[in-house]
Design a protein around this ligand. Structure first.
Ligand SMILES: [Zn+2]
Length: 338
């Protein structure tokens, strides 16, 4: 048994309580209010709801490039770098990114993995010695579903994904698809596939949002990636008013996969509360992938993040949730329990 004491952001409301979290056999046994001298902050570990970890072979390659030039298959810089990378280099690069992801408080990434079955296998191999368990949305041939946890489609304008959608339904695994990134033309076609998850929705309009609510489709927003690629700003306030919204850092090529940075940017740039942002970075992604973490409450898996509330950066803050979302950085991480 182990206890983590301090200010605990407990339950789905993240209401701060002074007390401790009791952990046994990797599970949260109890959350208890009690006096403690600890200045630590205990919160759920993050779930990064959209990554492309394969981009770890193409870091810093995209400065000044458009969406098309940077990441669109098959001729973008990213895909040329991926094609040129040998297996060992790819695995090693993804593994190093995953180590960074783990050290910065993230327990899982929902990753869109390129390159079919071989691509999904390479990511499993990369993750083996790391404390992050990626949830893999595979691509290309349907055999990828033997290894991946679901299917991740590039976009409804790129190809007909009816067979992939049907195969996911047959196996009971999620079908996810990019939609509304450069423009709105692929949103209705994506929704026609009855997806389990939409990524981006930058150009979602009222008619799309109504369908999203009606079909109960969760959305992953990647605001920093949208900003780097200059595709516009997702209507995050409206998205939140219609469905579950999670945060993702998207292409490793474009952005460091740090949920601290994504949270701070989202809180600053959009009309959302700090609590909503924290939920987008933890609970929402866990719900989408069916992971038993993302909330500090008894019975859940103990995937927890401990921040030093008395660090030189966080000392003196009074609103804990605001401090975690807007101010905390990787340097404030004291411990990641996964
Ligand atoms: Zn993506």
């Amino acid at each position: 048994m182990e206890t983590l004491a301090g200010t605990v952001l407990a339950g789905k409301s993240f209401d701060p309580i002074r007390g401790r979290v009791v952990v046994e056999d990797g599970q949260i046994e109890a959350v208890e209010e009690t006096e403690t001298a600890s200045t630590d902050i205990v919160l759920p570990a993050f779930v990064n709801a959209h990554t492309h970890l394969g981009d770890s072979v193409a870091k810093d390659a995209a400065v000044g490039l458009s969406l098309e030039e940077a990441v669109v298959p098959p001729d973008s810089l990213k895909h040329r770098r991926l094609a040129a990378a040998g297996h060992d280099d790819l695995v090693s690069a993804m593994r190093r990114t995953l180590r960074f992801v783990a050290r910065t408080g993230t327990v899982s990434c929902l990753d869109f993995r390129e390159s079919g079955l071989a691509g999904a296998r390479a990511l499993r191999e990369a993750a083996e010695p790391v404390a992050v368990d990626p949830f893999i949305f595979g691509s290309d041939d349907l055999s990828v579903l033997d290894v991946a946890d679901g299917y991740g489609a590039s976009g409804a304008n790129d190809a007909d994904f009816t067979a992939e959608r049907a195969a996911c339904r047959e196996r009971g695994v999620p079908f996810a698809i990019h939609a509304g990134e450069p423009d709105a033309t692929d949103i209705h076609p994506a929704l026609d596939l009855d997806p389990d998850l939409l990524v981006h929705m930058v150009h979602a309009e009222r008619e799309h949002l109504d369908r999203v609510a009606e079909q109960s489709v969760p959305i992953v927003a990647c605001p920093r990636a949208n900003s780097v690629l200059k595709v516009g700003r997702a209507p995050i306030r409206e998205l939140l008013d219609h469905t579950t919204v999670a945060l993702g850092t998207d292409n490793v090529m474009l952005n460091v996969p740090s949920m601290f940075r994504e949270m701070a940017y989202t809180a600053r740039e959009f009309e959302v509360s700090a609590r909503e942002v924290l939920r987008m970075a933890t609970t929402a992604g866990a719900e989408i992938a069916g992971l038993d973490c993302g909330v500090v409450e008894p019975g859940r898996r103990a995937a927890l993040l401990v921040l030093d509330g008395d660090s030189d950066n966080l000392a003196g803050t009074t609103d804990v949730v605001e401090a975690v979302v807007r101010r905390a950085t990787e340097l404030d991480v004291k411990r990641v329990l996964v």
